[in-house]
Design a protein around this ligand. Sequence first.
Ligand code: DAH
Length: 344
Amino acid sequence: MHGKRIAEIMERGMRAFSEAEDESVLLALETEYTGRKSALGEILKGLKDLSPEEKKEVGPIANEARLALGRAASAARTRIETRKLAEDERFDVTIPGSAAPLGHLHPITRLSHEIEDIFAGMGFSIADGPEAETEFYNFDALNVPADHPARDMQDTFWLKQDGLDEKYVLRTHTSSVQVRYMESHVPPFRIVIPGRIFRNEATDASHEHTFHQFECLMVDEAGSVTVAHFKHTAETFFREFFGRDVEVRLRPSFFPFTEPSFEFDISCILCDAKGCPVCKKSGWLEIGGAGMVHQNVFTAAGYEEGKYQGFAWGFGLTRLAMMKYRIPDIRLFMGGDVRFIRQF
Ligand code: DAH
C-alpha cells in the first residue's frame, strides 16, 4: 500500500519539479514534496513503527523517492537560475543610463587653465615654485630690505624655524618664483606663474588668508622690453579673456621689485565703463601691480647689472574669478562647501 503511494507522490513530484518556472513555485514544491512535513516525510518518519518485513519493503523505495525528488528539485533550481541570469544579461542599449556622479575641476583651477592657455598662445611658458618659501625668495631677492616697511605691506605667515638655517614663510605672492626661475634660466624668456598664496589677515567678504595670484614675467636684453610690451601683453590678454576689447590704464605706484612701478586697471567689463557698483561708478576695475623689473632683482638672481630688462606683473586670480562670475564673497572659494563648487 505504501509502495503505491510513494510511486504516486514521486510521479506527481517529478512532473511538478520539471514544470516549475520560478523560484517561489519551486520553494512551495520543495515544502510539498521534500520537506519534513511532506507526505513522503511523514512516511519516512513512520518507518520506525512498521514491522520488520514492511520496513524492508518500504524503506528502500521511500529513500529512493526522497533522493530522486531531491535531485529533481536541484535540477529545477539550476534551470530557473540559469534562465534568470540570461535574462538579466539581456541588455537594452536604448534605455537611458543613470549618470554616475562625476567631480570636476575647481573654478579657480579652470580659470587658471584658461589663462595659461591664453598666455601659451602668446609664447609664454608656465613656471611654478614652492608654497612654503624662504624669506630670501619671498622678500630679500625681491629688493625688500630687512627693515623696510614694505615688508609690512603683506601680512606674513612665518613658519617655525626649528633648526633650519633660513627663515621660511608661506609665500605672500607669486613674485617669489621670479628669482628662483631666473637663477636657472638665461634670458630671453617669457613666463607665467599661477599659484596659491597666503596672507595673515582677518577674513571678510573681500579678504581671505588663502587665495590665488597670477604672475607674469618677460625678460630680454636691455633696451628690448619696454612698458609698451607690458601694456600690449595686458591688453591682448584681457581682450582674449573677456572676449572683447578692454582698455588698460596704468597708475604710478611703488613696489620694491619694480622701477618704475604701476598699478593697472581695466575698463569695467560689467558696465562697459559707464559706472556700476562693482567699479564703484569709476568705470575702472583695479586688477594688479606691475612694473619694469628692478636691477637689484636681476643681480639677486646672479645676472650682470644692466644687462637685461623686463616687465613683471601680478594680479589676483581669485579677484578676477569674482568679477567674471560675480561672486560677492571671496571666502566661498576656499570654504569647502560643495554646493558652491557644484555650480561651476
Ligand atoms: N606681488 C605683488 C602683490 O602681491 C603684485 C605685483 C606687483 C607683482 C608688481 C608684480 C609686480 O610682478 O611687478 O601685491
